[in-house]
Design a binder for this molecule. Structure first.
Ligand SMILES: [Fe+2]
Length: 251
């Protein structure tokens, strides 16, 4: 979800979209909602109020100073588990779906360009084991730049979790699939925000920076807003039975 356009789309459209899709649980990546980078407690509350059950984050988690103490206390907003163990917050949340089923959500960060304290592969097994103690349905948000890292994690976790969904690149990939072991995967869920842009930023500003190599203050674009994501279906055993990309124009 990117900037005010993304947030408005979620606030106004998420409740009806959940109903149309028959979704009993909703996870949103929220690291870009505060003017394009970071998240504040107030904005997190708005997204949760609109019907998100859990908000995941990523490399921009710490852009807003006030988020640390909030993450420490929050049971619904999580940050990548492979940040420093001395950083505030958690990488795992367990919440109940509409029908009362516990759903565990994990957030991990890839290595390419993103500088986590440890590789996600070092922490993910322990994290999945912890989640398994509390829920059969487990969804992993793998926030990463490299498609290879996201595909590798989806393979590694096949049969161990319900779904591995990628975020961070803001461009929806066309590889939604349920793997042999029953784990749904999508390399990138895409972007809820203004698509008439360079991954959410006003195109002219992004291009100016790329052409000149000079620092430019980015601004969130406005046009072509879409809600993008994925709808995963699973059984009581936590095995995925279907995954469909979601791509909806707003308004
Ligand atoms: Fe990111």
């Amino acid at each position: 979800m990117v900037g005010a356009p993304g947030r408005r789309a979620i606030e106004e459209r998420l409740p009806s979209l959940k109903e149309e899709l028959g979704a009993g649980f909703c996870i949103v990546n929220g690291e870009n909602i505060a003017d394009g980078v970071g998240i504040t407690p107030k904005l997190a509350a708005k997204v949760l109020g609109a019907g998100a059950d859990v908000i995941t984050l990523g490399n921009h988690t710490w852009r807003r100073g006030e988020i640390g103490p909030y993450l420490e206390a929050s049971e619904q907003v999580i940050r990548p588990a492979n940040f420093s163990r001395h950083a505030p917050g958690h990488g795992l949340a367990v919440r109940e779906a509409a029908d009362g089923t516990p759903v565990a959500v994990l957030n991990v960060l890839g290595s390419l360009f993103l500088d986590p304290a440890r590789s996600m592969f070092e922490v993910v097994d322990e994290l999945v084991a912890e989640a398994r103690n509390r829920a059969r349905v487990i969804v992993v948000d793998v926030h990463a730049e490299a498609t290879s890292e996201k595909v590798a994690l989806a393979h590694w976790l096949d049969g161990k979790v319900t779904a591995v969904i990628g975020t961070h690149t803001h461009v929806q990939t066309s590889d939604a699939r349920v793997q042999r072991g029953g784990t749904a995967a999508l390399t990138d869920a895409g972007m809820t925000g203004p698509h008439d842009s360079v991954i959410g930023v006003k195109a002219e500003l992004a291009i100016h920076r790329m052409r000149t190599g000079m620092p430019v203050r980015f601004e969130v674009a406005e046009g072509g807003v879409r809600i993008e994501g994925a709808l995963v279906e699973c059984g009581d055993d936590g095995r995925a039975t279907a995954i469909e990309p979601v791509r909806v124009r707003f308004p």
